[in-house]
Design a protein. Structure first.
Lengths: 303, 443, 336
């Protein structure tokens, strides 16, 4: 009987002692945290994509709470919906932002930019970029080794085995910008989604002279300036032998698309155009662009 | 016999072109002279389209600090000043020359006599190197005048001549020692004078008994030149390893050889120094080994730079063998694979190496079995397998903490990896990314 | 003409490959297999064949249907696991089917569940062996007596009939007759697992591996050396002798160091299983620490543990600290 009492006593005393120690420690090293952080973190997507520029969703939630409003902070992955929820929690008005999508500014597919050498090294764009021009010989073109697809946390990018180029899944893309950072050649741009998802852009970043650019890729922008002259809105600038369409000005009339001699300008998600009789040299081009407009994943079409 | 402290591998030597005497390469029809054939900023063209140039005339002037003069290796007319894609496809500023005849600048001494006396002061020697556009011919193409302008707070104690030629296949150093031993020794004496060091050591690997004998006999006639035969082990020709093998000193992480009192120069460079200082001849050419297991004939050429790789291939073998897998500029361990054969050769080129496809294609990669061979082979005492894993997971700062920047990119790790992991590719990537992080931090 | 290849340097490779390493290990295990067959008859051969075949089959099945990756059975690592597993079991008839379970555990849990060759933290053969030892203790410690004559294939029927014990097992029971002839132990003329009996055959294989630079001397020497020294100290303090304990004459004390290292699995473990590249440290210093740890743990388990033999447990325990050893035993940097 005595033994039992001893055991009970010893256990009780040690238990009480530990409780006291635990209490003191808990008080001493208490971390005071705003419960709002937890609430906001709950609302954020939780993919830790880094699109906001913070280390992760939790860090973003802390930044929100610290700042108290949403100025300059936005979660590209969550979009307007998440912004609304966060704004409700913070008690402020959400910033309006045009939805965006990732766009590949290269059309150096296997057919357009034929391989001149065979790359046999580490399957990493950043490394291949530091080693040489890449298989096509174009210093500006896509290397197709998939750094962007690996960077994407939303499964929105995949390499098309036929063209060797990454394809953006518009449904899944949240425009977090992870792929933009991952591409060593800066080929991916976030552009406004546009009305009905329609976009017109130059799918090339080659700044070489026309002849040199054509040598490595048949679909390269040669900087001829025809599009610039055609554009009624002044949305196109040509600099360093390369055209660029400002998506804020472009009214998507698609005049430049028909004019481009190499088919470097892409128009996506437009309904098939009713073909008008055109000059014979331009006819196949126009027909193809029209076809491009009709297909779903038109980044991959060859012009 | 001496060698360096740790690591190293023994690749198949394949020195099949040792017996081929140096031949003069014929003049091409046209030539393209790149403006940055050296480490640093490109030289500024100082001729215009339509100008007539002579051999040895200055056509690219060094204006930046880290830069070297470029002289025309050919006589003829400048057809255009434009950009040209180099052997790796990158655009570089260049001067295009239509070659007409072979008319040299009068100031260049073209007589075959050997001029032994050098009356120039150390400062004048360095100026001469700068004027003549001399760069290190071991591969890094470091401008020589910068190397030999020792900062006042540093002192050179050793001059080490790198005649190791530890890369398989390459034989240009071998041949130049066999054929120009005396000129080399004069060149070494000039450099010794420029630095004011008591002794110069010529490190030669023991698999070259003939050059060792020739150089020993010649060095005996000169003061303060010691020929040091070394145990065969790759990468003995790497600067830090060679210093360690000869002096026992170790260049600390992130430091230069001069910090341990050493200056290392390639043996080919000493020959160029001789010609520049004694014969007033700018750096116009280098000795190029054209070799490959499948080639009927092996060659060592005196090639003036600006000749295209295609010209060399055409002259040496007609056309590339059907089964060619790779063309390499430099040795198989550290050389670069050429992707653009239309490109002109440059000051740094030391070989055109034709590798058969049976050897050129990398075997399939498999899992790391943690055998530790990469670690034992690393001459810098690093852990390549660890870098591979860290870089793959983009844990770059950790890789930096494990001294990834110490890597000299000798390739011993990939060479010895039984799982065929592209270890050096991953390490290079890691180094690049880590340098980026450091730069961003500085800002 | 075909396109030129482009890659970063180096452009040549030594002729080393994982496959070559694994097949060299297999070749090194052949002498031990021959001795096993010579002493234990056809049973030994059949068990080895079944073990190897099931290891290869399980790996192929798992890769094809579960991992859906290209098959890697060609690299020979499953054969190594199969042989080592067979060498670690008694050459009795039950083992012919039990070893299949062992192979499943070794390959399925010990290796493939971590992602295949190179990713397993523990030696797969030992994982299989320990699983069998715990699950089938009776079968795993019923030792057929080795045939009376060297290379006596005729003794096959009798081997199962008479069950002998290992010298270590007998000692643990406090039995006599453990004091065998050291020469017998060296040749392998004693009870024990299929492949652990002959130190001679194991050493031949180990020397071959050392010459081909598949293994380095550090782990085996540290392992055997530590076991020898530690057991030697114990033996000097209290050598094996008979004593009256509770009125019964029994054997107490520690056996001599030479017998210690020649009996049981120390030789096999030190030369072939502790040296497994995947699960042992990479630096030389780390390998010495690893070997010493194995030796120490083996002697501790043998003398004060439940089991008469402790090599498997010792190696597995040291396997678990390998990452830690790798972390602390860095190679010396050149530029330091």
């Amino acid at each position: 009987m005595n033994e039992i009492w001893t055991a009970v006593l010893v256990l009780s005393i040690t238990g009480a002692l530990f409780a006291v120690v635990l209490y003191i420690v808990a008080q001493k090293f208490k971390v005071i945290e705003d419960p709002l952080i937890d609430e906001i973190a709950e609302v954020l997507p939780g993919a830790n994509c880094g699109g906001c520029g913070k280390a992760g969703c939790r860090a973003m939630a802390e930044a929100f709470v610290k700042q108290g409003n949403m100025e300059g902070l936005s979660c590209p992955a969550g979009g307007a919906e998440v912004a609304k929820k966060v704004a409700a929690l913070l008690g402020c008005v959400p910033e309006e932002k045009e939805p965006q999508v990732a766009v590949l500014r290269c059309n150096g597919s296997c057919a357009n930019a034929t391989a001149k050498t065979h790359y046999d090294g580490l399957q990493d764009c950043t490394f291949a970029n530091s080693l040489y021009t890449g298989e096509s010989g174009c210093v500006f073109g896509c290397l197709g080794l998939g750094n962007c697809t690996r960077a994407c946390q939303f499964d929105a990018l995949s390499i098309d085995p036929e063209t060797g180029l990454p394809v953006v899944d518009e449904e899944k893309c949240v425009a977090c910008g992870a792929c933009v950072k991952a591409c060593p050649r800066g080929l991916i741009e976030l552009r406004n989604k546009g009305m009905k998802n329609r976009r017109v852009y130059v799918a090339c970043r080659n700044k070489e002279k026309g002849a040199d650019a054509r040598k490595s890729c048949t679909a390269a922008c040669i900087g001829c300036g025809k599009c610039q002259k055609t554009c009624p809105f002044g949305a196109i600038t040509v600099e360093n032998n390369l055209a660029y369409i400002d998506y804020n000005i472009c009214k998507m009339c698609r005049k430049c698309v028909a004019e481009c001699p190499t088919g470097a300008i892409h128009a996506v998600n437009f309904p098939p155009k009713v073909e008008r009789p055109a000059a014979p040299a331009d006819a196949p081009k126009a027909a193809e662009t029209a076809a491009a407009g009709s297909s779903q994943s038109n980044e991959t079409t060859n012009a | 016999m001496k060698t360096f402290a740790m690591g190293g591998v023994h690749p198949e030597e394949n020195k099949i072109s040792t017996a081929a005497a140096i031949e003069e390469f014929p003049l091409p029809q046209t030539a393209v002279i790149l403006m940055n054939q050296h480490l640093g900023a490109p030289a500024t063209p100082c001729v215009a389209k339509g100008d007539k140039v002579k051999v040895g005339q200055l056509i690219g002037k060094a204006e930046a600090f880290m830069c070297a003069n470029v002289h025309s290796p050919f006589s003829g007319t400048v057809t255009k000043i434009d950009s040209c894609k180099d052997a790796f496809g990158l655009s570089k500023p260049a001067i295009y020359i239509n070659v007409e005849g072979d008319e040299w600048e009068e100031s260049i001494d073209r007589t075959p006599d050997i001029k032994r006396e050098c009356t120039l002061e150390p400062k004048q020697i360095v100026d001469k190197l700068k004027e003549m556009g001399i760069v290190g011919l071991g591969g890094a193409t470091f401008p020589a005048h910068i190397k030999y302008s020792i900062a006042p707070d540093k002192k050179a104690e050793y001059l080490i001549i790198n005649a190791v030629e530890c890369e398989p296949y390459l034989t240009s150093d071998h041949r130049v020692m066999m054929e120009h031993a005396e000129e080399i020794c004069i060149g070494v004496s000039i450099l010794r004078k420029a630095l004011g060091v008591p002794n110069a050591y010529i490190g030669i690997e023991n698999n070259k008994p003939e050059p060792i004998a020739v150089m020993k006999a010649m060095a005996a006639k000169f003061e303060g030149i010691i020929v040091e035969p070394l145990k065969v082990k790759y990468p003995q020709g790497a600067e830090k390893q060679l210093i360690n093998a000869i002096t026992g000193r170790r260049v600390p992480s992130g430091k230069l050889p001069i910090d341990v009192g050493c200056v290392v120069s390639n043996v080919g460079t000493t020959y160029a120094v001789y010609e520049a200082v004694q014969k007033n001849k700018p750096l116009l050419e280098n000795i190029l080994t054209v070799t490959g297991k499948k080639l009927a004939q092996q060659h060592n050429y005196h090639v003036r730079f600006g000749v295209s790789y295609n010209d060399i291939i055409k002259h040496a073998m007609g056309s590339l063998p059907e089964t060619t897998g790779k063309v390499i500029s430099g040795g198989p361990m550290m050389g670069k694979a050429v992707s653009n054969l239309d490109a002109p050769t440059t000051k740094g080129a030391s070989s055109v190496l034709v590798i058969d496809e049976s050897e050129a294609v990398r075997a399939e990669e498999s899992n790391c079995i943690r055998c530790g061979k990469c670690m034992n082979a690393c001459p810098m005492g690093l852990e390549p397998y660890l870098f591979s894993a860290l870089v793959k997971n983009r844990r770059i700062e950790e890789a930096g903490a494990h001294n990834i920047l110490d890597c000299i990119e000798c390739g011993c790790c990939f060479f010895s990896c039984p799982a065929n992991k592209p270890l050096l590719d991953e390490i290079r990537l890691g180094k690049n990314l880590y340098r980026g992080i450091l730069m961003a931090k500085k800002k | 003409m075909k396109l030129l290849n482009v890659s970063g340097s180096p452009h040549v490779h030594s002729d080393e490959s994982t496959q070559k390493i694994m097949w060299r290990v297999n070749l090194a295990l052949v002498p031990t297999l021959i001795v096993g067959i010579a002493f234990f008859g056809l049973n030994a051969l059949l068990i080895s064949l079944i073990s190897v075949a099931s290891c290869v089959l399980f790996q192929w099945l798992i890769e094809k249907f579960i991992m859906k990756t290209p098959s890697s059975v060609k690299d020979g690592s499953a054969v190594v696991t199969g042989l080592l597993l067979a060498f670690n079991v008694p050459a009795s008839r039950e083992m012919m089917w039990l070893v299949i379970i062992g192979a499943l555990v070794a390959i399925g849990i010990g290796k493939m569940s971590f992602g295949g060759l190179g990713k397993n933290p523990f030696n797969p053969a030992l994982v299989g062996r320990v699983f069998m030892l715990i699950s089938f203790p009776v079968q795993m410690t019923t030792w057929p007596k080795p045939g009376e004559n060297l290379f006596s294939m005729v003794s096959v029927p009798t081997t199962d009939a008479t069950t002998g014990a290992t010298p270590l097992g007998m000692l643990k029971e406090g039995g006599f007759g453990a004091a065998g002839d050291v020469w017998d132990y060296f040749i392998g003329h004693m009870g024990g697992s299929l492949g652990e009996v002959s130190a001679l055959a194991i050493l031949i294989g180990a020397i071959y591996l050392l010459c081909r630079k598949v293994i380095s001397w550090h782990i085996p020497v540290a392992f055997i050396g530590t076991a020898f020294v530690f057991s030697g100290i114990l033996w000097l303090c209290n050598p094996l002798h008979t004593e009256m304990v509770n009125g019964v004459e029994s054997l107490v004390g520690f056996i001599d160091p030479l017998t210690t290292i020649l009996t049981g699995g120390i030789m096999l473990g030190a030369c072939f299983m502790a040296t497994d590249m995947v699960t042992s440290p990479m630096s030389k210093v780390g390998q010495l620490i690893f070997g010493c740890g194995c030796g120490l743990l083996t002697i501790i388990i043998r003398n004060w543990g439940q089991y008469p033999e402790g090599v498997s447990f010792a190696i597995l325990l040291m396997n678990s600290v390998t990452p830690l050893i790798n972390r602390w035993c860095k190679p010396k940097r050149f530029a330091n």
